[in-house]
Each structure stands twice: as C-alpha cells, then as structure tokens.
Design a protein around this ligand. Structure first.
Ligand code: ATP
Ligand code: MG
Length: 174
C-alpha cells in the first residue's frame, strides 16, 4: 500500500486545513522542536484506527482536537483523510473525524464504516496503527525490551496475518 496524500484539519497543531502530498520514495519531515513532526505520524496512525489515547500522547481521544491558543479559539472537531493506493492499484480514501462529545466516525471511499473495518483493511495490507512500519520516537528502545509474546505480535503484523486472528476470534464467538 502506498500513502499518497494526507489531509488534516483541526488535528493537534494542524489547526488550518493542510494538504500534504507524499511522493514515491523517501520522505523527510524536518523542522524545529515542537513544530508538529510527530503529530504528522500520529495523524497517520490515528486515521488507521489508533484507539489508545496514550500512544497519541493524549489523556483522552478528544485531546487530538486543536485545543486553542491565546490567539486562536479551540476547534470542535478534528479530521484526517488518508489517500492511498492498495496493492491492486485501487484508490483508497479513508476519513476519520472526531467531534467533541460525539466520538469518532470513519468513512472509506465515501461510505460509513466501523472502526473495525478500517483496522482490518490496514492489517490485511500489513500496515496499520500498530504496524512496525510506523516507528515513533522512543519505539526502538521499546522493541528491544519487548517480551517474546509482544515481539511475536509485531512480527505477525509485519507479515500481514494480524487480521486473520481478529476474524478467527470473531468466527469462534458466533
Ligand atoms: P520534536 O522535534 O521535539 O520531536 P515535533 O516536531 O515532533 O518535536 P510534535 O510533538 O509533533 O513536535 O508537536 C508538538 C506540538 O503540538 C506542541 O507545540 C503542542 O502544543 C502541539 N499540540 C499537540 N496537541 C495539540 C492540540 N490538541 N492542540 C494544539 N496544539 C497541540
Ligand atoms: Mg517528535
């Protein structure tokens, strides 16, 4: 799967609508401390279904919504759109939006879907919110210190079979 574009609005420090094109090859994000580099990676993880506020460096999930500054009022929603191309060359447009007091809603190619559908889509493509392909600050030390069971989970996600376990648990509970 290729990520081609990322659109953010009201997400953390990206208060104004931002549209970032990601060209093939290596992309570097540079800037001074606190300018929002890590927030960008978190936006990718968030739109892929991340549900742990802690791994978004937030107390609660609504904390991803722009909180306001002395000059600018807070926003009441955050939205991230990820445009990608899957292995078959099909375009995939995934949107996640959170509103204060209303929780998150997801859309894939214009249709409302469940959080689980989004997670499965990315798990099958061997990527996703917990994919070893997304390495955040401090993560390397965590991988080194991981227990064997945790490391196995990382390897399964890298191999693209994590989605199978979810489906098996689903089938077993029916
Ligand atoms: P470093 O080089 O130190 O790793 P960075 O470029 O990765 O920095 P980030 O951690 O992405 O920076 O951005 C941090 C900034 O985002 C801080 O200024 C913080 O105030 C701002 N920020 C985070 N959440 C919100 C929010 N909900 N509303 C407004 N600003 C926010
Ligand atoms: Mg950072």
């Amino acid at each position: 799967m290729l990520i081609k574009r990322l659109k953010l609005s009201g997400f953390k420090s990206f208060v104004e609508p931002s549209d970032l094109r990601i060209e093939p090859g290596l992309t570097g994000v540079v800037g001074p401390n606190g300018c929002g580099k890590s927030n960008l990676l978190e936006a990718i993880r968030w739109v892929m279904g991340e549900n742990s506020p802690k791994s978004m460096r937030s107390g609660g999930m609504e904390d991803v919504i722009f909180a306001g500054t002395e000059q600018r009022p807070a926003r009441d929603f955050a939205e991230v759109v990820l445009l990608a191309e899957d292995a078959d060359g099909e375009e995939l447009i995934v949107t996640r939006r959170i509103e204060r007091g209303a929780g998150s809603a997801y859309r894939v190619n214009g249709h409302d879907v469940r959080a689980k559908d989004v997670s499965l889509t990315f798990a099958d493509a061997a990527t996703g919110a917990h994919s070893p392909a997304l390495v955040s600050q401090g993560k390397i030390a965590q991988v080194i210190a991981a227990k064997p069971a945790e490391r196995r989970q990382m390897l399964e996600e890298a191999a693209g079979i994590a989605g199978l376990h979810v489906r098996r648990r689903d089938a077993e509970s029916k």
